[in-house]
Design a binder for this molecule. Structure first.
Ligand SMILES: [Zn+2]
Ligand SMILES: [Zn+2]
Length: 151
């Protein structure tokens, strides 16, 4: 029983930790030395994919690595971290790519205040077409003020 509680706790902590990592990577690497990749996301997309999608693939490889390591060494904690990274990947794709960028046309007319706040904050991020002076680097986390203004 304690193992299940620990596993769920670790999955949730990993999801929260991944948002913190994503925020940091977005602010300091993607809008820093890795701008040459991330800039493809701040320009109009030609076609289905953009070079920036490589970041998703990178984190997917890390998750697969956790699963492989966890399964081969019978390490359930590592598997929980893998589940957390994978879950974050789905949430990130859902929030950022579907809800905000409408890569799949869904929830476009939602009036849910979290969804509206997420869109508002990320649109502010996309106002900047350059590496510098961007704001709002979160993907799932939204400041309270955006949620209040969306109500
Ligand atoms: Zn950006
Ligand atoms: Zn975006």
């Amino acid at each position: 029983m304690i193992d299940i509680v620990l596993a769920i706790g670790l999955v949730i902590s990993t999801v929260i930790g991944m948002e913190c990592i994503a925020w940091t990577v977005h602010k300091y690497l993607m809008h820093g030395p890795l701008w040459f990749i991330h800039k493809t996301h701040h320009q109009a997309r030609k076609g289905l994919f953009e070079l920036n999608d490589i970041f998703g693939i990178f984190f997917a490889i890390i998750a697969i690595g956790c699963f492989v390591q966890g399964i081969t060494t019978d390490n359930s904690l590592m598997i929980s971290i893998g589940v957390g990274i994978t879950l974050y990947g789905f949430l990130y794709f859902f929030a950022h790519d579907i809800i905000v960028h409408q890569r799949v046309k869904m929830f476009a007319k939602s009036t849910n205040s979290y969804i509206l706040a997420l869109k508002k904050a990320h649109r502010i991020h996309h106002k900047t077409l350059t590496k510098k002076n961007a704001e709002e680097f979160g993907f799932l986390f939204v400041k309270k003020e955006y949620i209040q203004r969306s109500k």
